[in-house]
Write a protein that binds this ligand. Sequence first.
Ligand code: ADP
Ligand code: MG
Length: 321
Amino acid sequence: MAVSEFDLIRQYFANATGMRPDVLIGIGDDCALLRVPIGKSLAVSVDTLVEGRHFQPGADPTSLGHKALAVNLSDLAAMGAEPAWVTLALTLPKADTAWLRAFVDGFAALASEYGMQLVGGDTTRGPLSITVQVHGFVDPALALKRSNARAGDRLFLSGCVGDAGLALQRLRDDMPSSADDAYLARRLDRPTPRVALGQLLLGRANAAIDVSDGLIADLGHICSASGAGARVELERLPVSAPVGAECARGNWQHALAGGDDYELLFSVEESRLDAMQSACREAGQQIQEIGRLVDNSGIVLVYPDGRLSEEIPDGFDHFRT
Ligand code: ADP
Ligand code: MG
């Protein structure tokens, strides 16, 4: 690939997103120079998507641009941080301008939704891989840590779980098409990071995590970090119609262990319940109580018929099959 092609690509990225006043120097110098608001901490997270591992060869580039940023925004959301800046390291097999334009469309649309500026990155040649790093601001005293849940806290979920896992399984099994396909594909390819909810939970929730590995695995992370256990009432799990149909057949796999949902799982102490719930109602945030934190370690599931599961050890991440 000629060097000038990469120069072109960089120019293309230079104007991809809007400008922020806290960016002293953006794309074009050796480093970006950025101003963090006084009293806030910088919240930083990075994720890589690799072709063949995290997405299929030939995946829609606009969706990839969206998802590469969305999974990172979800981490900011889970901390209660306000999104600000983003960097992008792209490894491309070739300078395919149609692909790039579509990728940047998806990426920049989501970035501008949150007022983020692309402030730098790197572009190299090789097998397709996308690394996005996000930077946000949060009051360090209020940030939503995994380790701050307490026995007695109520456990809540945003949105619904299991859709992305079910979508992936349907693709893998080459299932006959159904009326739910478009909805499920959207949930897998265009996840919605719960950024506003995360910020609303500052000072209201004790602990939070985004559900990227599956509900039980991520609940396990809260439990082990907080030294608590949990009791989850499966009847209360928020699920869509297609995932609900699986649950009704006794297949809880998608709801409990499907990853890639990017919903928020959070714990709230009883004294803050009413205030938290009315704030969510006012903001139009859809949340559902699904259980509570308990003293003894391990996770117990209460099935709709009242039967209890065997205790699942903290952080047990082989629940996925
Ligand atoms: P250097 O050799 O100093 O690392 P580069 O030639 O890699 O500089 O990049 C030049 C400028 O373009 C830098 O400001 C860098 O942050 C930016 N840049 C390069 N690739 C990207 C990209 N994919 N997205 C955003 N900015 C990029
Ligand atoms: Mg470089």
